[in-house]
Design a protein around this ligand. Sequence first.
Ligand code: ZN
Ligand code: ZN
Length: 324
Amino acid sequence: MYRKVYQWGTGYSNRPGTSLEPVILPERNPGVGEVRIRVTACGVCRTDLHVVDGELAAAALPIIPGHEIVGRVDALGEGVTHLKLGQRVGVPWLGYTCGVCIFCTMGRENLCDRPLFTGYTRDGGYATSVIADARYTFDLGEGGDDASLAPLLCAGLIGWRSLVMAGDGQLLGLYGFGAAAHALSDGAGERARIAHLRDHFEMALKQAIPETVIFGVTQDRLCSTSCFAVPGLAAETALIGLDLDGVAMSSGSTCSSGKVAVSHVLAAMGVADSLAAGGLRASFGWSSTMEDVAAAVASLVKLRERAPQRSKDPQGSLGKSEAA
Ligand SMILES: [Zn+2]
Ligand SMILES: [Zn+2]
């Protein structure tokens, strides 16, 4: 039994921007906790283009891209009981997590310290078949055609998660270079209050750490977000843990784990790598208060003070995988 895959990174596809190379490989059998899926459709995400443009930190080559996989289970590995042969399933970008790191045990496995990403650090869906971790293989039911379901496995999944997390009647911001950005609000008063918090945050941060760079102040922007960089402070995993009650901080821009070394969005905006490496986003919402803003600034000051020590750490995040 054989499978046909479309891979990037070896043969004639060994340079950024080259087309994928079709290759015939022996079929694989699923291991413990895995399934084999006969692929019927696989979407193309911007991240796939980052992969073939060589813009993501080196993963083992060749790479079989594709992380919006739709298909039918055609072999079950040992211990898989919740999926059936012939079942229509989908596989997203996050294809494996360790289950034991601090983020996994908190139920925030999207921030796992040792994740594998479909179509990047594990085989993706531009193939006739793929082996997937059964924990990251989702039942799709029988409604809708395969091709139109595929984009739901990345863009759809992220959008839906954000919508659910936003709750009822709250402020919702949609970002993206690929899609138009919309801001929905249930009231101008609330919007003004949040914009005031954001401006206060930026002013307080500038005062505390004068070399802070705030991005986008000369453009229209969402009232609920501030993008900034503190020179000397890399956007690290530690910062993602800086999730205060009312001010959430994240580094980079990602459809995956949030662990981005250099934000490709900031790079596309023309922000120098040295700053983009420290690019962070603070998000303010209906529950944010002045106290949260003060706590967020204090945390950043503390991290800044500790930054020189951390930069000597060879395991620092700049060596970690980048994912868009
Ligand atoms: Zn994607
Ligand atoms: Zn983990």
